[in-house]
Ligand binder design. Structure first.
Ligand code: ITT
Length: 192
């Protein structure tokens, strides 16, 4: 069994990563130490590298970081890497997005979630990177209780539902996180 430390302080990411992982040979465990490195990067990848390396430094073990966010085309990619810092609470972040999108018609409300994962070894060397995306639209009001973050306003036209209205099992099959983690797991199975 390969143990990999998750370089995150977000419990939703831990829950989703464990639900997506079907490998019998890999176990993801959350970092036990206080973990809040400053995310000074300008891209998802740079921030994922910062988090994975910081966790390796603390634990001396294989570490996986997930840096992710919502990118809205009409807002030139915002909130992007600032998704978790766009306002003070999840509700306030959603409200800010809805306010900024208020006058934007449906066809122009395209957006995607992006997730970049970086795996480091116990010395902090980068072993592998993967990026996953999921494409949809920004709804005009929040709907649904599942998931976290911006899920209540992220509409998937093929389901006619927001991600927060979908079963979590479905989210974990199609999400940006699943699209990054599945090839990452394949790489780990083949290379570690
Ligand atoms: P760590 O850095 O400790 O991992 P974080 O939540 O600060 O936790 P990020 O810097 O990667 O992580 O910010 C990700 C933000 O993007 C997250 O807080 C949500 O606001 C949003 N986000 C990412 N994945 C999401 C998802 O699956 N559903 C909804 N919102 C998501």
């Amino acid at each position: 069994m390969k143990k990999i430390i998750l370089a995150t302080s977000n419990p939703h990411k831990l829950e989703e990563i464990n639900a997506i992982n079907k490998s019998k040979n890999i176990k993801f465990e959350v970092i036990k130490e206080k973990f809040n490195p400053e995310e000074t990067g300008m891209t998802f990848e740079e921030n994922a590298v910062i988090k994975a390396k910081a966790a390796s430094k603390i634990t001396g073990q294989y570490c996986l970081a997930d840096d992710s966010g919502l990118c809205i085309d009409a807002l030139e990619g915002a909130p992007g890497i600032y998704s978790s810092r766009y306002a003070d609470s999840p509700e306030a972040r959603i409200n800010r997005v809805l306010k900024e999108m208020k006058s934007v018609p449906y066809d122009w409300r395209t957006a995607h979630f992006e997730c970049t994962m970086v795996l480091t070894d116990g010395e902090g060397n980068i072993l592998h990177k993967e990026t996953g995306k999921i494409f949809g639209y920004i709804d005009d009001c929040p709907k649904g209780k599942n998931g976290f973050g911006y899920d209540p306003v992220f509409l998937l036209s093929e389901y006619d539902k927001t991600i927060a209205e979908l079963d979590e099992e479905i989210k974990n099959q199609i999400s940006h996180r699943a699209n990054a983690l599945n090839p990452m797991i394949k790489w780990i199975e083949e290379n570690l």
